[in-house]
Design a protein around this ligand. Sequence first.
Ligand SMILES: [Zn+2]
Length: 87
Amino acid sequence: MAQAKRLKSGRWRIYREPDKIVRDPSSGAIANFRTLTEASRWWSQVNPREPSLQEAHKCARCGAYFGANTPWTMYAGRPYHLAHVPK
Ligand SMILES: [Zn+2]
């Protein structure tokens, strides 16, 4: 399964779980996109048999994406770092 992450620059990149970055198979360059919609469309064309691309889970309080080994939890339907769950 693959997930999209938004960089600080505003560009979107695609990662295969756990943390392997996806490259454009024709050019070998790291694939990056202006919008999640654009990334999702490209993903579906290149990998038509795989599930559609979603944004990676990120903490609802601090906005950081979870790393492959970061423990996190769902609270009231939203993902949080364990230390950032509302009290
Ligand atoms: Zn957090």
